[in-house]
Design a binder for this molecule. Sequence first.
Ligand code: GLN
Ligand code: ZN
Length: 755
Amino acid sequence: MTILNHILGFPRIGIDRELKRAQENYWNNKISKKKLLKIGKKIRIKNLLTQKKMGLNYLSVGDFSWYDHVLNTTMMLGNIPKRFLNNVKKINIDTLFHVARGVSHNRESTFPSEMTKWFNTNYHYIVPEFNEYSTFNFSWNQLFLEIDEALLIKKKIKPIILGPMSYLWLGKTTSKNFDRLKLLPKILNIYKYILNYLHEKKIKWIQIDEPILSLNLSQLWKKKFIYSYNFLKGYSNKLLTTYFGNISHNLDIINSIPIEGLHIDLISGKYDLLTFNKNLSNQILLSLGIINGRNIWKSDLLKYFNLINNFKKFRKNIWIGTSCSLLHIPIDINKESQLNKKLKSCFSFAIQKCYELFLLSHALNTGNKSLIKKWILPLYYKNFLLNFNNKNKKNLFIKEKKYFRKNNYNIRFKKQKNKLNLPIFPITTIGSFPQTKELRKLRLNFKNNIIDKKKYESKIFSIIKKNIKEQEKLNIDVLVHGEPERNDMVEYFGENLNGFLFTNNGWVQSYGSRCVKPPIIVSDVSRIKPITLKWIKYAQSLTKKPVKGMLTGPVTIFLWSFSREDISDLTIVNQISLALKDEINDLEKNNINIIQIDEPALREGLPLNDDEKKEYLDWAVNSFKLSISEVKDTTQIHTHMCYCEFHDIIQSISELDVDVITIENSRSNDNLLMYFKNFNYNNSIGPGFYDIHSPNIPSKNTIFRLIKKSLKYISPEKLWINPDCGLKTRTWKEVKKSLYNLVYATQKLRLEQKN
Ligand code: GLN
Ligand code: ZN
């Protein structure tokens, strides 16, 4: 048997984020559609050539997307919500952007489709909408175009599609009591059409992603799963791909469907491979996902060599691959010219991971281990290179009681009320104010030593001053300094803590054209000196109104960084917590009475399999609480979470016991608030009355109505008024108008309450 290799997908943003620039230029009418299409094609060709050059046997096709791959599927199936179809003759790339952004190419605005996190990652997809009026037609042949392109480069290609069951599961029903499973037959017909096309194209293998197999599915969904794949029997070989967790609990499904291959994620799923293998029909090809698609460390190829070499006698046909798509990591470590060669040799980005697959399959097929031995050499001296000495580990024994604040919320509520003296329905924002071009340039100039620290800081101070003045003018109650000093909410803290390493070009797509550059936690984390204090203190000196201290929480810093694979998550996260605790302490000492600790990633870390959830939530909650356990009763702790579904974590949210939580309700149709109400959540809530992810300006009436509606779920004295996330991606013009409307609506309500 020859062991072949493949990846589950390559990053699509382009090595210099070409896609981002092209998208944004197109949206702003700076480039033509033709130019946009050309740039996309260039990225795809380059990705294919890279895979080929690195020695991959099958090239992946269909991993490209103009915005998001779930939206690709929506386009392909023609499942476009009716509100985007006015005056549309043919569904095309403009329709796609309209659905994602809510703004059409001729600037008509409609509310966009919801966006949410892709399983437990920081990638966001556009949520498909389903209701009794949903129609399906094959409407978008992008995949077919890409296949033709790819076939010119190599015969052995493997198209990727999102499977029908995961597609249906990932969407939401937009009408009450509608069962989306009713749509399955219509959807399956289109899949059949696609499969037939691929078969006629003589495609040997197709990759069908069904990541929902890591979840605990209901009996009904299991049944429908089996039905669907039996319906789709025949055509090209199907490699059913699963990732982000173990799927052993769904083996009954796998063994009841006619598939030719199965991919499992051996990185995030803890498998007993031999047992799993025994329980899997022996006819099936097994693809082993052993190269971590979600972290950037070099893989221990020798370990996997031994594993697979011992295993291969138990299965006829084996492939090796990445654990999941490489979408979640940067493209090329060799772009990091500021890192020395030795340091670089500890890491593998997407291109290097492809090469690792080549090295490993080569070794397995020839028995010659010399190349892999050479490759993994840096892993042995990694700690030395990274200056890691484990010295903080022993401080991390934390007693249970350290996690709790002195008094319960009812007591704190009263004390804070007296101390802060805020009006009813206090108005605040989430932290950042617009990050203008000039501001970005300023930070860049400072970073590149074009301006000195003194000049830089005086500019930042003047921006903070402007932010404070604008908020005062708008009549906001709890002010923020606006975060002008931050490039990114995690990067900024990483830069000011010990233990983090930064890349120059390590971009990863977060949603649409937005990318993040996660830091790398390489050694012990601790605080060097106060991080935010001087900015917050300055902001507070300018106003009589309270200014909120603004921190990123330990769980989010951890999850949005690449972390060590050889140290426990808990150890790292607690180190971050203790560092933040020092910062909180400093803020408190300097009369900052309100401190917000953002945890937008908290839910993201939740394992897919129910059995593993509790363990994660326990450590996540405790780490957060550790950082605030010693604050005074009068210090009001806020947290902010966006794109959260709360139904399965509400208990943990309540255990965080923050005084105020601001959430992202504006696109969720009050479902979120319902959970809080049903749970009898007792602390204060700011639901988010302005959807900052869309350029639309919410009207006074809309906001007023939304606030009123939220009073059905939250008692008036516990309701806060705020946008649903930070304002950094918006323009000042949009922000001023929207906040003006937000304040106006609130004041109207205050008056109404009085009378
Ligand atoms: N404080 C951050 C901001 O306002 C929060 C961002 C986030 O939730 N993602 O930008
Ligand atoms: Zn947010």
